[in-house]
Ligand binder design. Structure first.
Ligand code: AMP
Ligand code: MG
Length: 354
């Protein structure tokens, strides 16, 4: 049953992502080629659209400007390059896990440093050494199963990002025995940051990138106004929790609904609480982070989901100048932090946290 359920849910996820992008699309007003996005002088800039499956997800790039085609080619190459590094199944990270150490590329080193910093800041809620536990639940081979408690406890002994050895001078990484890394909670955010850099190098000033629901924006729409990004509703595929109207930032969501399986009436999802080895159940159904740093937004969306609402709110209060967030609880409560007060709209009632 699990495999079957998982397959069905994955298909639903892809449909969901396509729908989500269509909505970003419609709301951002960028549905057609040269579709009325006028620039200051009233002309319409060229737009280049690309779609692909990469990093185990559906990606869409929408790039505006004279150089859009060349920029889209460069961005597509960059995605392939980073995928070959970050994959824990067949990338540089896979080889690192297998050998329990090695000298890594500049990108993997940068990602590792960001991930370890997040581990420290979030009190271990974000922990890239969670990989053996994620595997035990079947989220890698898609053979979903509920591991025995003894297995989980044994695997948890090697979950500790503070034990990763890293020499920034040489790029040398040392992993303790049995420790394995999983950048699945941060790699797409990092990738979107790199893509924005590549677009800037290609003189692009307006783009919307959607890496499986992780959205990164370069500038605003070609007419200078904000992009409007819809946040998926965890329970209702056709509905949205709300819209954030923003420019030059990342909007990244984590939710148990994104990848899960069902066993004996229980739902088990892919975001694991490193404190228990079980899917995090701290009362949140989804967390959206709005932050200019995409890697940080990605890591934080996973971490705040693990923390639960109360801890997430206190974390935000300590870091309120760095990011904002939208929290949706399993009970249907919708909360947005102060910085989004004027750029969030919703058909639902919501509370602003200050
Ligand atoms: P996201 O969709 O960004 O929340 O990332 C979820 C993915 O991150 C999972 O599929 C795992 O590969 C990995 N992951 C799960 N739990 C954690 C955690 N507590 N810390 C870091 N990565 C995690
Ligand atoms: Mg994440």
């Amino acid at each position: 049953m699990n495999m079957k359920n998982g397959g069905k849910k994955r298909r639903r996820l892809v449909i969901h992502l396509i729908l989500l992008f269509s909505l970003c699309h419609v709301l951002a007003g960028c549905g057609r080629k040269q579709d009325g996005f006028s620039t200051g002088d009233g002309s319409t800039p060229p737009v280049e659209k690309r779609q692909m499956i990469a990093m185990d997800t559906f990606m869409q790039l929408q790039i505006y400007g004279e150089n859009a085609k060349t920029a889209a080619d460069a961005a597509t190459q960059e995605i392939a390059r980073l995928e070959a590094l970050f994959s824990a199944q067949d990338g540089e990270v896979a080889r690192l896990n297998e050998a329990h150490g090695g000298t890594v590329s500049e990108d993997t080193a940068a990602l590792l440093q960001k991930a370890v910093q997040l581990y420290e800041e979030t009190d271990g809620a974000f922990d890239i050494t969670i990989y053996p536990v994620v595997k035990a639940w079947g989220f890698i081979d898609k053979e979903y199963r509920v591991p025995k408690i003894e297995t989980i406890l044994q695997l948890l002994e090697a979950v500790d990002a503070s034990a990763i050895g890293f020499d920034a001078q040489t790029g040398r990484v040392e992993l303790p025995e049995r420790a394995e890394l999983d950048f699945g909670g941060i790699a797409k955010g990092y990738t979107s940051d790199r893509l924005i850099e590549v677009l800037k190098e290609n003189k692009i000033t307006s783009a919307m990138l959607n890496l499986g629901g992780n959205v990164a924006l370069l500038g605003g729409k070609p007419d200078g106004s904000e992009f409007k990004i819809a946040i998926a509703h965890p329970e209702e595929q056709e509905k949205y929790l709300g819209i954030v109207s923003v420019k030059d930032t990342s909007v990244i969501t984590s939710g148990g609904y994104e990848r899960f399986f069902e066993r004996d009436g229980e739902i088990y999802h892919h975001i694991i609480d490193p404190a228990t080895g079980y899917p995090a159940r701290q009362g949140l159904a989804s967390v959206t982070i709005v932050c200019a740093d995409g890697a940080r937004a990605d890591g934080l969306s996973t971490a705040l989901f693990v923390m639960g609402k109360e801890k997430a709110v206190s974390f935000w209060r300590e870091h309120r100048t760095e990011f904002d967030c939208v929290l949706y609880t399993a009970e249907g409560g919708l909360f947005v932090t102060g910085g989004l007060k004027d750029c969030f709209s919703s058909a639902y009632e919501f509370q602003v946290i200050e």
